[in-house]
Design a protein around this ligand. Structure first.
Ligand code: PEP
Length: 256
C-alpha cells in the first residue's frame, strides 16, 4: 500500500524563528489533512524547535543530509542518531545539490542510507538526470546507475523503509516542471528496476516522489500518474500557504 507523501526541502533558508513561524502556520492549515504523509526539512539548527512545535501533529520533520558514522573525529558532520534525538524522522539523501556541490557519490549515498536505516530514520533517496544527460538519451542509464549504486546491498525489508525521489536536475528551481508523462515514464522505469532487484511486492510498496518545480497548480496532474506517489518540494515549500495547498491538492488519489 502506498500512501502519498509530500516533503518540503527548505534548503539553506529560514532562521529558527522563521522556521517556527512557518510550521506554526502549517500546523493550522493542515490540521484536517489525514490522507497524506507530510514532512518538512529545515536546516539542522532548526530541527529540534520545529519538531517541538509539530509534536502533537501528523507533520513530521526531516533533515537534509546525514553523515554515515555515528560519532568521532568528523568535524562539521551530523550523525543519524543525533538527528533522531533532535526530532527528525526522515532524511533527504543524495539531493542533486549535494551531488553537484559537495561531491556526493553513489557510494556515499549508499553509506548514508544505511546509517539512516540503522538509526530508524526514513531515507528519502534522490535520483535524477542533468539536462545534458536527458538530451543525450541517457536518462534511464543515469537513473539506473544511481539506483544500483545507492541501493546496493539493501534487503527487501530495507527497501520497504526507503522513499525514493525522482528529481530531474533541469526541473529543480527552474520553474520547468517535467510533464506528467515525462515524470511517469521515469517513475515506471524506477519501479521496474525495483521489481528486477527486489521483486514485485517490494516494487509495489516503495513510494516514489517527483521533485522539480512542483507548485499548487501542477501537483494534481502529477499525482494522477500511476507511479507518482508524492512530491519533494523546494521553493514552493518555503511559504506555508503554498506548501499547504500542494498537500491538499495532492489528495486526488488515495492509498494505492
Ligand atoms: C528540490 O530542491 O528538491 C526541488 C525540487 O526544488 P524546487 O521545487 O524549487 O524545484
Amino acid at each position: 500500500m502506498r500512501r502519498p507523501i509530500i516533503a518540503g526541502n527548505w534548503k539553506l533558508n529560514k532562521s529558527i524563528r522563521e522556521a517556527i513561524d512557518t510550521v506554526t502556520l502549517l500546523k493550522r492549515q493542515l490540521a484536517d489533512v489525514q490522507a497524506v504523509d507530510i514532512v518538512v526539512c529545515p536546516v539542522y539548527t532548526a530541527i529540534a524547535d520545529v519538531a517541538e512545535v509539530l509534536s502533537e501533529t501528523a507533520i513530521k520533520v526531516g533533515a537534509q543530509d546525514v553523515y554515515w558514522e555515528d560519532k568521532g573525529a568528523y568535524t562539521g558532520e551530523v550523525s543519524a542518531p543525533l538527528l533522531k534525538e533532535a526530532g527528525a524522522q526522515y532524511v533527504v539523501i543524495g539531493h542533486s545539490e549535494r551531488r553537484q556541490f559537495f561531491h556526493e557519490t553513489h557510494e556515499t549515498v549508499n553509506k548514508k542510507t544505511r546509517a539512516a536505516l540503522k538509526a530508524g530514520l526514513t531515507p528519502i533517496v534522490c535520483v535524477g538526470e542533468l539536462l545534458s544527460e536527458r538530451e543525450a538519451g541517457r536518462t534511464f542509464g543515469v537513473v539506473g546507475e544511481q539506483l544500483k549504486g545507492g541501493l546496493a546491498g539493501f534487503t527487501a525489508d530495507d527497501l520497504k523503509q526507503i522513499v525514493l525521489a525522482y528529481e530531474p536536475v533541469w526541473a529543480i528551481g527552474t520553474g520547468k516542471v517535467a510533464t506528467p508523462q515525462q515524470a511517469q515514464e521515469v517513475h515506471a522505469f524506477i519501479r521496474k528496476q525495483l521489481t528486477e532487484g527486489w521483486g514485485a511486492e517490494v516494487a509495489q510498496a516503495v513510494r516514489i516522489q517527483y521533485g522539480g518545480s512542483v507548485k499548487p497548480d501542477n501537483i494534481a496532474e502529477l499525482m494522477r500518474e500511476p507511479d507518482i506517489d508524492g512530491a519533494l518540494v523546494g521553493g514552493a515549500s518555503l511559504e506555508a500557504g503554498s506548501f499547504a495547498d500542494i498537500v491538499k491538492n495532492a489528495v486526488v488519489v488515495g492509498v494505492r
